[in-house]
Design a protein around this ligand. Structure first.
Ligand code: PMP
Length: 396
């Protein structure tokens, strides 16, 4: 039965993790995977999460099946976070939100729904993009192409190219946009450029799919979410996937969501009914624990304030590490101006290093980033930063 089955290539990022785990270099540093570690190099268990879990343990509940679309309070909290609890889309009931298995689940449920809705549409993702975007939409049955994004020559964004690609896209094209903290480059377009993107999406009748995996890691929850308001103000209907993997440090709980902004409450109820079919036929309904924790934190004012404080601390620490990286590289003798690292935002830095330099970093120094030069600055800390700077200096 399986003789013709070919060996699939290793996942480029998770494959790096396996290699890292097998590396015997005591100084090794993993900047490959997109995970936030604290200054002690530990994966944080947020206090707000612990407090919510304590409350849950004090009043243990039996675990029946959740509704197909998840915990109602969770879905409401996601809507509030993405659109604003008092915003017109939420109060008028025209957002269909479902709890999903991580941000990946939100993307996949949206992709499957779109495939039924508009099977011949093309999907455009940024060049480059999060590795899984292309595979996920391809496996959902779409032809996936890309729009220009990163410009290596200027160490920035080829915005003219991006806009031209959107303007050339046929009506109905699904455009996947990183709402904030672009993965892998760390470069976000400006508010004024977002206005132009929104106008292009509208003028060309494109379908925007905003991937919001890092809300709160850029400038703040409201600041990072502001882009959603621009699409709302333009009168567009669009998709937003949400992930709490990073912002709650709940990677393994798989907490995410999908929100679809519709024309009316009635339309939203029809869309919701279809999203539920996608979920029902894939995994039936989502798990309870992570969604419950997030809903409790978002709905309890003291816990929410604690979360915002902890999220802010993560954001500030990443920014401090960016500065330390720039300063440290200079001190280690790198002549090139590396200050672009502090202009990037979110968990990643496109370092500009070539594949052979990244391979050397790995093999000779045990410093792991992706072959594309992406490094997770959220995994730097006061103990490993000097070693990382010295290692990078040696390969530059
Ligand atoms: N989108 C982007 C841009 C991401 O970086 C990630 C996580 N690496 C995801 C989606 C998926 O998030 P999750 O782990 O919650 O599935």
């Amino acid at each position: 039965l399986f003789t013709a089955v070919e060996m699939a290539p290793r996942d480029p990022i998770l494959g790096l993790n396996e290699q890292f785990a097998a590396d015997t270099n005591p100084a090794k540093v993993n900047l490959g995977v997109g995970v936030y570690y604290d200054d002690n190099g530990k994966l944080p268990l947020l206090e707000c999460v612990q407090a919510a879990e304590k409350q849950m343990m004090e009043a243990p509940k039996a675990r029946g099946y959740l509704p197909i679309d998840g915990i109602a309070a969770y879905d409401a909290a996601v809507k509030g976070l993405v659109f604003g609890a008092d915003s017109e889309p939420v109060t008028s009931g025209r957002v269909a939100t479902v709890q999903c298995i991580g941000g990946t689940g939100g993307l996949k449920v949206g992709a499957d729904f779109l495939k039924h809705l508009n099977p011949d549409a093309k999907v455009l993702i940024s060049d480059p993009s999060w590795e899984n975007h292309r595979a996920l939409f391809t496996n959902a049955g779409f032809t996936v192409e890309s729009y220009p994004y990163y410009d290596a020559a200027t160490r920035g964004i080829n915005f003219a190219g991006m806009l031209a690609a959107l303007n050339a896209a046929p009506a109905g094209t699904i455009v996947v946009l990183h709402a904030c903290c672009h993965n892998p480059t760390g470069y976000d377009i400006t508010a004024a450029q977002w206005d132009e993107v929104v106008a292009a999406v509208k003028a060309n009748n494109l379908v925007a799919f905003l991937d919001m995996a890092y809300q709160g890691f850029g400038y703040g929850l409201a600041e990072d979410g502001a882009v959603i308001g621009k699409f709302v103000a333009a009168g567009l209907n669009f998709f937003v996937s949400t992930s709490f993997s990073k912002s709650f440090s709940l990677y393994g709980e798989r907490v995410g969501g999908l929100s679809v902004l519709c024309e009316s409450k009635e339309e939203a109820s029809r869309v919701l009914s279809q999203l539920k079919i996608v979920i029902r036929t894939n995994y039936s309904n989502p798990p309870i624990h992570g969604g419950m924790v997030v809903a409790m934190v978002l709905d309890t004012p003291e816990l929410r304030a604690l979360w915002e404080k902890e999220l802010g601390e993560m954001r500030v620490r990443i920014k401090a590490m960016r500065q330390k990286l720039v300063d440290g590289l200079k001190a280690a003798g790198v002549k090139e101006d590396m200050s672009f690292i502090t202009k990037q935002i979110g968990m990643f830095s496109y370092s500009g290093l070539a594949k052979d330099q990244m391979v050397r970093l790995r093999n000779e120094f045990g410093v792991y980033g992706t072959d594309t030069g992406r490094m997770c600055v959220a995994a730097l800390n006061s103990k490993n930063i000097d070693y990382v700077c010295a290692s990078i200096a040696k390969v530059i």
